[in-house]
Design a protein around this ligand. Sequence first.
Ligand code: SAM
Length: 227
Amino acid sequence: KLSKRLQTVAAYVPQNAVVADIGSDHAYLPCYLVHQGIVQKAIAGEVVKGPYESACKEVRTEQLQDKITVRLADGMEAVEHEDGVTAVTIAGMGGPLIASILNKDLTRLQTVERLILQPNIHAMAIRVWAKQNGWKVIDEAILKEDRKIYEVLVLEHGTEDLTEAELLVGPYLMREKNDVFVEKWTGEVKQWQQILASIAEVEQTEAIQEKQKELHAKIAIVKDVLA
Ligand code: SAM
């Protein structure tokens, strides 16, 4: 059974999309999308040989070779213009890595209408990238599974002006402010306060003072959001 995390990603894939799942590992997500009748055609991209082979094996086991193409490629290089990919999913990596994969070759996004991204940490890096590259957040989800908290960001073409707070915690998540969101950000504030307490003990260089300022600013933003 597909994890709740990947089911949440799948829920944002439009019916009949041509999807590319980058960093697909076992290709569980594209296999699920085809089995559910959500997509007819998918690409699973992997840059590492082991996971690439797992993906090939899973697609063969599920007898989906005619619908899912597995490619050994770095990031968006798995996508060719002729594929006509309309949706890209990237899940289970850090936000900065996801942003750098998208940013590496923007021409590969030409036919893409929607990005469904699931950063494990630092979702802000994706919102910053979106703002700088003509993408806008159209929906977000936050969920907890096996004691870990995950965010899902859905982007489409467009522009928007996000505040510092919205960039950090997410415009939709911030408005919904559900229990998982409150738990995540209460935990982050606690961690930042611990870091502040431990760096108060060390020599106060300029870099340390910068870090303190940054953490105080983030704590103030999040406390305001949670209030
Ligand atoms: N997407 C799956 C999921 O969410 O369960 C697998 C997540 S796994 C933690 C991350 C995968 O991304 C690894 O298999 C890794 O090899 C792959 N990966 C990392 N950087 C990549 C890149 N630049 N291009 C393609 N795949 C990449």
